[in-house]
Design a protein around this ligand. Structure first.
Ligand code: PPY
Length: 351
């Protein structure tokens, strides 16, 4: 069964590339979610990604308590394809046309492979775009806020496991040094955490050196001897086999779609490893963008909403424990309750 409200797949008029927009749910409000410009073996893999990522956005907003729905856009690039600036512009205009044709049902934003400058290009065609550079009236790069929100989630887990939200002296392994991962690693290093880091791009080693971090191989970092593993790269970081090799007490990070299969959440729980659902830990970016651009909050108030991820995670961990649930189940149930309340003809109640 298709549980998405709308999925658009088009060949871009200019780029001839597959442009995919998945609107999972608008039950809580107009859908939002980033544009992923990434390589896939087949465009259908991009479609699968868009379907999963947009559903995660619905849950992300529901748990964050924001009146937005879940969507995602994917442009599936063939493996090895390199987009020169002109072609990139054509791709972005194709995406912008598709978004504009949806009339506000879906607003895009940055995701893997895109950033504020790309949002500026899209903004020339459609107003339905978040995170344009500040000089153009947008809220700018969302990645520092995603990093900050993940730090808040880490504090909640630290408090739960070690009785303090301070992370100095804790050992953390950060897998992925893209915009969010590197930003988060910097925040953690500044606080005095001992870091092990990696990235598929060996050039990122420089960042690790700068932070005094150990370097691990990308396919081994999950098994690092640390307190908390932080997935900050592409999805499916946690596989069934990988869970057996973990030596940490918690896995908390900003990457979307961390679990290769949903049952991995139960395996983690059985091993006594705390897993904070990715869509909870990674919500800082959208929380900031929507708070500033839709709700017109001042920077300080938007930051406070991002920091409130710490309370959300604390409550989820508490609920999970008191009801004998995994944090994943507790978060899914909270999202479900809020979505059901919004679709209830009697009107939303305080779910
Ligand atoms: C995500 O949180 O996964 C996103 O899609 C990023 C994002 C950030 C800001 C606005 C819209 C989407």
């Amino acid at each position: 069964m298709l549980d998405h409200e709308q999925v658009v797949v088009r060949t871009g008029r200019r780029s001839r590339l597959p442009v995919i927009v998945a609107v999972h749910s608008t039950a809580l409000g107009p859908a939002a979610g980033g544009l992923r410009l990434w390589h896939y073996p087949d465009w259908r893999d991009g479609l699968t990604d868009a379907l999963r990522l947009s559903a995660a956005m619905t849950a992300k907003f529901a748990v964050a308590g924001l009146p937005s729905g879940g969507g995602k856009a994917v442009v599936a690039l063939p493996e090895g394809a390199v987009l020169e600036p002109e072609r990139r512009g054509a791709v972005l205009e194709d995406v912008a046309d598709t978004i504009e044709s949806l009339g506000g049902t879906y607003t895009t934003g940055p995701d893997v492979g895109t950033g504020p400058d790309d949002m500026a290009v899209i903004g020339r065609t459609t107003p339905h775009v978040f995170c344009r550079p500040a000089r153009l009236g947008g809220s700018g790069d969302s990645s520092p806020h995603t990093a900050r929100g993940t730090l808040a989630a880490l504090r909640a887990v630290g408090r739960r496991l070690y009785g303090t939200g301070r992370l100095d002296g804790r050992r953390l392994a950060v897998a992925g040094l893209g915009r969010v991962g590197a930003g988060l690693a910097r925040l953690l290093a500044a606080e005095g955490a001992a870091l092990t880091v990696t990235d598929v791009d060996p050039a990122k080693r420089r960042i690790g050196d700068e932070l005094g971090a150990d370097w691990a191989a990308p396919d081994e970092i999950h098994a690092a001897d640390v307190d908390i593993v932080v997935p900050a790269a592409l999805g499916s970081f946690l596989t069934r086999n990988g869970v057996a090799e973990l030596r940490c007490r918690a896995v908390v990070g900003p990457a979307n779609n961390q679990l290769a299969t949903p049952d991995v959440a139960d395996l983690l729980h059985r091993r006594g490893i705390v897993w904070v659902p990715d869509y909870v830990a990674s919500a800082g970016g959208v929380i900031h963008a929507v708070s500033v651009e839709v709700h017109r909050l001042a920077a300080e108030e938007a930051r406070a909403r991002v920091d409130a991820i710490e309370d959300t995670v604390s409550e989820l961990l508490h609920t999970a424990e008191s009801r004998g649930r995994t944090p994943a189940q507790a978060a899914d149930e909270l999202a479900r309750r809020r979505l059901d309340a919004a679709s209830d003809p009697a009107g939303p109640s305080a779910a």
